[in-house]
Design a protein around this ligand. Structure first.
Ligand SMILES: [Zn+2]
Length: 381
């Protein structure tokens, strides 16, 4: 006989406790017999349904029927029983779901074992094996590692910094004063809701790896030689040559008696190490707020070797990076750590990794780097 809630003969503590035990025993026995989602729904409705479920019977037959003087302890008993019912129904549901998931997995395994069994599918040992495709280094990372490696071999150490940067490190300490027009050349993505902060504390996504120059000089007194690979962000619309996210490698060398000759020699060596020993370099005047003098570095075209072709727009030269001698104004921001512009000097340079990778491998669309298309990527395996 299925359990039903009895009317109480009397409302004494003993009677209530005895009947409550019977209800709990019935609940537990029924719960244990539930093994499927359908069984569980029947079980749930039988105990919790508003229409004559056992929970509502408890309310009607025990609580509502109780005389006023017993309402208090009957109410407590009913509350306890109802939460026990709700708990058991809920936990049985979790059990059923786990149990069904386990059964599903077990039958899947059994099926797979069956299909693989020797009787059904004799093994042909002359068939070629299954080869796992090997992953490859992403071309942008590969180029970034190559550039970093060239400078590490010259004694540079690797430095990194945050991608979310403050206005101070990204602009001010690099000699971009507030409202300076040079800021407009770097279409900056600002973090929202910063208006209440002083301008130098406002956060943005770094537009170049150059803030790490300042961070590195604050960490380490001169002499310093660091190379800084990293991701940078600009509010550029994506097209064949622009991407809102790209990568740069930055370099900084500061010591006593560092001259423009050292800069030329270092970069000439680096370009030969990256692109081959017959590559030539030349330096063109340029402008960056944090270097003075500044230069753009051009290398002879990898494709035509300097004769002139479509890649180099018939000039024979390709512009690859920016560089210059560290502006004494920049040293003022790190003077407290031993960077006295009267005693030391240095140079800095920076290059776009995607651009170099595109030139090196003849890739004509920067978007290919970010689309994750295996057919593109596996060519670099
Ligand atoms: Zn060319």
């Amino acid at each position: 006989m299925a359990y039903t809630v009895p009317k109480l003969d009397d409302y004494s503590q003993e009677t209530v406790a005895r009947e409550a035990n019977k209800l709990v025993a019935a609940l537990e026995v029924e719960s244990e017999s539930v093994h499927t989602e359908e069984e569980w729904k029947v079980f749930r409705d039988r105990w919790l349904s508003r229409k004559n479920g056992i929970k509502s019977q408890l309310n009607d037959l025990w609580l509502k029927a109780a005389p006023t003087e017993h309402k208090r302890h009957i109410g407590q008993a009913v509350n306890l029983l109802v939460s026990k019912i709700e708990h058991d129904v809920e936990s049985r549901h979790r059990y059923v779901q786990t149990y069904l998931g386990f059964l599903g997995a077990a039958s899947g395994i059994a099926k797979a074992v069956h299909e693989l069994s020797l009787e059904r599918q004799p093994i042909d040992i002359t068939l070629p094996g299954i080869r796992r495709p090997l992953g490859a280094e992403h071309p942008v990372l590969r180029t970034m590692n190559e550039i970093t490696g060239v400078f590490r071999a010259m004694g540079y150490s690797v430095a990194e910094g945050p991608e979310i940067e403050s206005d101070y490190y990204n602009f001010e300490a690099l000699n971009f004063p507030p409202n300076h027009p040079a800021r407009d050349t770097q279409d900056t993505i600002f973090v929202a809701g910063q208006e209440k902060k002083p301008q130098r504390d406002r956060l943005l996504l770094r537009t170049h790896t150059s803030p790490v120059q300042i961070r590195a000089m604050l960490r380490q007194p001169p002499p310093i030689r660091v190379v800084v690979p990293g991701k940078v962000h600009r509010a550029d619309t994506a097209d064949a040559t622009h991407s809102p996210i790209f990568h740069q490698v930055e370099g900084l060398a500061v010591d006593t008696d560092i001259t423009f000759c050292d800069l030329k020699g270092t970069l000439d060596h680096a370009m030969k190490a990256l692109f081959g020993s017959d590559v030539k370099t030349r330096f063109y005047p340029s402008f960056f707020p944090f270097t003075e003098p500044s230069a753009d570095v051009q290398v002879t075209c990898f494709k035509c070797g300097g004769k002139g072709c479509r890649l180099c727009k018939m000039s024979g030269w390709i512009e690859l990076l920016g560089c210059g001698m560290v502006d004494p104004n920049v040293f003022k921001f790190v003077e407290s750590n031993g960077y006295d512009a009267r005693k030391i000097s240095g140079f800095a340079f920076g290059m776009g990794v995607e651009r170099i990778t595109m030139l090196k491998y003849g890739i004509d669309d920067i978007q290919l780097f970010y689309q994750g298309d295996v057919r593109f990527l596996e060519q670099f395996a």
